[in-house]
Design a protein around this ligand. Structure first.
Ligand code: ATR
Length: 302
């Protein structure tokens, strides 16, 4: 999806930002690049459905300029913003206050301006928990989970969420084992009730460990291209599994196709994208997020 993209310079004044528009910009997704972001397709219909006179815009912000962008938005009277790649980590330092979930996930994906201060939240982890509830009718508490490609930002957020929700065991799997060892050690210390293990993606025990898990999650970027292979081999999947891919485009990655072939239940990242958005809207306008309106908006573009 693509659409109008504002630049940092457009924040110079309200008259420049809102020129030719019927409604003032109140919210934005900040990224680089940001033209592909699906967030406006769920948040604009949500604003409209709630009768809020305002626009949700795309704002392209160069690396290193997130603090500046947030300060300018605050000065212009924005309500808040979503933060996407590559700014989620830098946004942590740009906030005056960061909630516990965001601090533990090491990333902020939602900000709200309150009384001249910037508050940071992370709805990716909680959005994942809601997605698992919607897809499989289950909570993370007590589950054994394998997270494949846990070396990136999504893996860290989901691993942290699993621990916060009381998962029994979390197996972190990555091509580069160094990237997940410190995460595994840190989360083990912070959440002693959850057992963490780090495993290389080519470990000979991978298939047998996967079979001991209930939920398998792909958080790697492998699958974004239609021709990508699955990060896990067919021998890792079984019919008792719930298999979730954080990728939603394409809707059926090789990872999910192998899982389906093994008889597993599957879900894709559409629900996580939706629920992180719903939770963000609830930070801005508590209790007002119109779930089905947002779902329909997102569906229209993905
Ligand atoms: P981020 O989410 O921080 O942007 P990323 O670079 O997109 O991170 O990578 C996310 C995850 O996808 C990482 O765990 C990465 O594995 P490495 O840490 O080994 O790089 C994983 N990944 C990317 N391409 C992969 C591939 N071809 N095979 C297996 N894992 C891959």
């Amino acid at each position: 999806m693509s659409g109008k993209v504002h630049q940092l310079e457009d924040l110079a004044s309200r008259s420049r930002l809102d020129a030719g528009e019927a409604q003032p910009a109140l919210l934005a997704v900040i990224g680089c690049p940001v033209a592909h972001s699906a967030s406006p397709s769920m948040h604009q219909p949500a604003l409209d459905a709630c009768g809020i006179h305002g626009r949700y815009i795309r704002l392209e912000v160069p690396i290193g300029r997130v603090t500046e962008a947030l300060q300018q938005m605050k000065a212009l009277g924005f309500v808040g913003a979503n933060i996407t790649v590559p700014h989620k980590f830098a946004a942590l330092d740009a906030c005056h206050h960061v909630d516990e979930a965001a601090r533990e996930m090491g990333a902020v994906n939602t900000v709200k301006f309150i009384d001249g201060e910037t508050w940071g939240f992370n709805t990716d982890g909680p959005g994942f928990a809601r997605a698992i509830e919607e897809e499989f009718g289950a909570v993370l508490k007590g589950l054994r989970v394998m997270i494949v490609g846990a070396g990136g930002g999504a893996g860290q957020a989901i691993a942290t969420q699993c621990a916060r929700s009381g998962a029994q065991r979390v197996i972190l799997v990555n091509r580069t084992i160094d990237k997940i060892q410190s995460l595994s050690e840190r989360l083990s210390r912070r959440f002693p009730q959850t057992q963490f293990n780090a495993l290389a993606i080519d470990d000979v025990q991978l298939a047998s460990v996967a079979k001991q898990c209930k939920l398998l999650v792909n958080t790697s970027s492998l699958g974004l291209k239609a021709e990508d292979a699955s990060p896990l081999e067919a021998s890792c999947f079984a019919s008792h599994h719930w298999v979730y891919d954080t990728i939603y485009q394409p809707p059926r990655t090789a990872f999910l196709r192998l899982a389906e072939a093994a008889g597993a239940r599957v879900g894709n990242g559409f629900t996580m994208l939706l629920h992180q958005g719903v939770l963000a809207f609830d930070h801005w306008y508590p209790g007002q997020a119109p779930l089905e309106v947002m779902r329909a908006g997102l569906r229209s573009v993905s």
